[in-house]
Design a protein around this ligand. Structure first.
Ligand SMILES: [Zn+2]
Length: 285
């Protein structure tokens, strides 16, 4: 983690965005079934990076302050997710925030390393006592669909049960948003289905400046821009995830959007460059 506090914040017009780190995990490329050693090695040789199958993954969340509101995009992971993650509550407090500060809780999708701190660990109540909970209609419907649920294996049923449980204390203050819908003026979802049915980035626009939080568009950020068809096992629909990845990376470059990712190196700021007919993601801090 960087010690320079200014590196943790970005001003986007009237919005201030602060990165919060939930975890720093070591994994492998095995989560990409299509990973190809020879292609990967050739790519590393070309861009001058040592080839490694070890994958360092950060888990990032972002607080957005502006328009008299404090918003939070994603909440990190629960304590049983990984030994080097689940630190959101401490990191959030260390950044100077309290749960009651959050007016709007925005989720990019209903996966464990994103909803992981919606509930208080001590009593299972809402971690954010005042927050309106915002999520896409399509992710919410998928998690709550009984016919989907009936077709899941036991492990997936447990995951759905936990996703559902996170929504319960927020009933009555939940707002479901359509694909590409506006969250507040200047902040909208950008739908990128495949990773989950409603998986969405969060686009912040203010006074001519932009930040695009691209969520899990590139879960393995180093590999999935040059090899956008290498989906991860966590992509519910791996082919659709690849199509969304290609379309969104192309749009990011065409629009010139500065980015932030949930799994890019902390504090998560990143830029996307065209590289022939594919792309590269470069940490930008
Ligand atoms: Zn994730």
């Amino acid at each position: 983690m960087t010690s320079d506090k200014s590196a943790l914040t970005r001003q986007v017009g009237g919005f201030r965005v602060t990165a919060i780190q939930d975890g720093q995990m070591t994994g492998s490329v095995a989560l990409m079934p299509d990973f190809d050693d020879a292609q990967a090695q050739a790519y590393c040789d070309r861009v001058g990076v040592p080839f490694s199958k070890v994958r360092e993954t950060s888990v990032n969340c972002f607080v957005i302050e502006g328009q008299g509101r404090t918003m939070l995009v994603d909440t990190g992971s629960p304590p049983d997710f990984h030994k080097d993650a689940g630190r959101f509550p401490e990191a959030f407090a260390a950044a100077g925030f309290k749960p009651e500060d959050i007016d709007i809780l925005i989720l990019t999708h209903l996966h464990v390393d994103h909803w992981g701190n919606m509930l208080r660990r001590e009593d299972g109540e809402a971690f954010f006592p005042r927050a309106e909970f915002v999520v896409t209609q399509s992710d919410y419907d998928f998690i709550h669909d009984e016919s989907v649920y009936a077709g899941l294996n036991d492990a997936r049923k447990v995951a759905h049960d936990r996703s559902r449980a996170c929504c319960v204390p927020y009933a009555g203050r939940t707002r479901l948003i359509a694909d590409d819908g506006d969250i507040v003026p200047g902040i909208s979802y950008v739908t990128m289905p495949g990773h989950s049915p409603g998986h969405s980035g969060v686009l912040i626009q203010s006074a001519g400046t932009v930040l695009f939080i691209f969520a899990d568009l590139a879960h393995a950020w180093f590999w999935q821009a040059p090899f956008p068809d290498w989906s991860v096992l966590y992509d519910l629909d791996q082919k659709q995830a690849a199509r969304s990845r290609r379309a969104t990376l192309a749009r990011i470059v065409a629009e010139g959007w500065p980015c932030a990712g949930m799994h890019t190196p902390f504090p998560g700021w990143a830029r996307v460059e065209q590289d022939g007919d594919v792309w590269r993601i470069l940490p930008d801090f």
